[in-house]
Write a protein that binds this ligand. Structure first.
Ligand code: NAD
Ligand code: TDX
Length: 331
């Protein structure tokens, strides 16, 4: 297949390109990425002879039309992805996540191509800590932030294009990813790189908020299961039963990096901060036979810490600017 991977220079998209070359050889890959602050061509430097890279914006109708026409499937990762940024300035979230997805949908419709749309569990809002329920594909949409509402809107556009225009599309909503190449603005890389630079980690509020962690390779393996065996028009939730609260994750990072358990600062909480995400991935497991391989979070986290320790050149250039942004927000 000829794959057009949007956002392939970002965290999950770049890992998808590496995963595909390693586990699904024989496909051709074009990456379309605008190289925003979150995109980094260096994420693809080791595979640059094996793929085509196009620097461009998913809101560029002409470019998207030409590229979609040349490919069999669009695997759509490109997005503005950080909640805190969306609270400061929602505008690029509306442009990229809504207008960008609309632009892709129109090209997919015109050329009769397939789309796999990558989304998030945040579209379902949040759960109470003591709620036995988890998110399923039938949970009503109830997003909290400009980020999650723009992703929710993009999912609904895809569903409408399937129903009204009969396009061939699938959607996946995944929980919080961790692994290599994640931007230092995100929780786990921020804390690891703080410690590596002698700065205390920063915990929002009391750290009770729960996230359902999954290794990025397990996410991408699930995406491939859906591409190969998913039913047209269906939504699949991706999660690996990795619920942990932020304080526990932070204490594990501190332990693995030989720091005292309480060596961190409490900082301002995020406005509207979602309390808990939890995925019920039964449909994905039963229908498509997917299973996570990173079942030991401690080991996956240790490997991620080692990656950041060994790749200072990759994250150092973004670190000071990111921390300044947080300081301005009281985080
Ligand atoms: P990221 O911010 O690391 O990467 C996003 C990429 O998209 C960057 O390379 C950026 O340059 C590119 N991009 C942004 N705007 C663009 C535009 N207008 N045109 C072309 N390229 C553009 O994000 P990520 O964490 O890798 O997330 C990828 C996708 O997965 C997103 O759709 C996100 O909503 C979804 N998701 C992320 C997580 C997570 O834990 N990170 C969990 C579930 C779903
Ligand atoms: O310094 C921090 N301290 C802290 O306590 C940061 C950056 C975050 N946090 C908390 C906020 C969240 O409860 O950690 C948790 C995780 O925060 P983020 O890494 O910002 O992720 P989250 O807001 O949960 O969203 C992520 O998962 C779903 C991704 O960024 C989204 O793209 C994805 O859709």
């Amino acid at each position: 297949m000829k794959l057009l991977v949007t956002g392939g220079a970002g965290f999950i998209g770049a890992n998808f390109v590496h995963y595909t070359l390693g586990h699904r050889p024989g496909h051709s890959i074009t990456v379309l990425d605008a190289l925003t602050y979150a995109g980094n061509e260096a994420n693809l430097s080791t595979v640059k002879d094996k793929i085509r890279f196009v620097k461009g914006n998913i809101t560029d109708t002409k470019l998207v039309d030409e590229l979609v026409a040349e490919h069999d499937i669009v695997v759509h990762f490109a997005a503005e992805s950080h909640n805190d940024n969306s609270l400061k300035d929602p505008s690029p979230f509306i442009q990229t996540n809504l207008i960008g997805t609309f632009t892709i949908l129109e090209a997919v419709r015109k050329h009769g191509k397939r789309l796999h749309h990558i989304s998030t569990d945040e579209v379902y809002g949040d759960l109470e800590l003591d709620d036995p329920a988890k998110f399923t594909a039938d949970t009503p949409y109830n997003p909290s932030s400009p980020y999650s509402s723009s992703k929710a809107g993009s999912d609904l556009l895809v569903r409408a294009w399937v129903r009204s225009f009969g396009i061939h599309a699938t959607i996946s909503n995944c929980s919080n990813n961790y692994g290599p190449y994640q931007h230092v603005e995100k929780f786990i890389p921020r804390q690891i790189t703080n410690i590596l630079t002698g700065e205390k980690p920063k915990l929002y509020g009391q750290g009770e908020n729960v996230r359902d962690w999954i290794h990025v390779d397990d996410h991408n393996a699930a995406v491939w299961s859906i591409i190969e065996h998913g039913r047209n028009g269906e939504t699949y939730l991706i999660g690996a039963d990795g619920e942990l609260n932020n304080k526990v994750v932070l204490e594990l990072i501190l332990e693995l990096m030989d720091k005292p358990k309480d060596w961190y600062d409490h900082v301002n909480d995020r406005p509207g901060h979602d309390m808990r995400y939890a995925i019920d991935a039964t449909k994905l497991r039963n229908e498509l036979g997917w299973r996570p391989t990173y079942t030991n979070f401690r080991d996956g986290l240790a490997a991620t810490i080692a990656w950041y320790a060994q790749n200072e050149d990759w994250w150092k250039p973004q670190k000071a600017e990111t921390e300044q942004k947080y300081k301005n927000q009281g985080h």
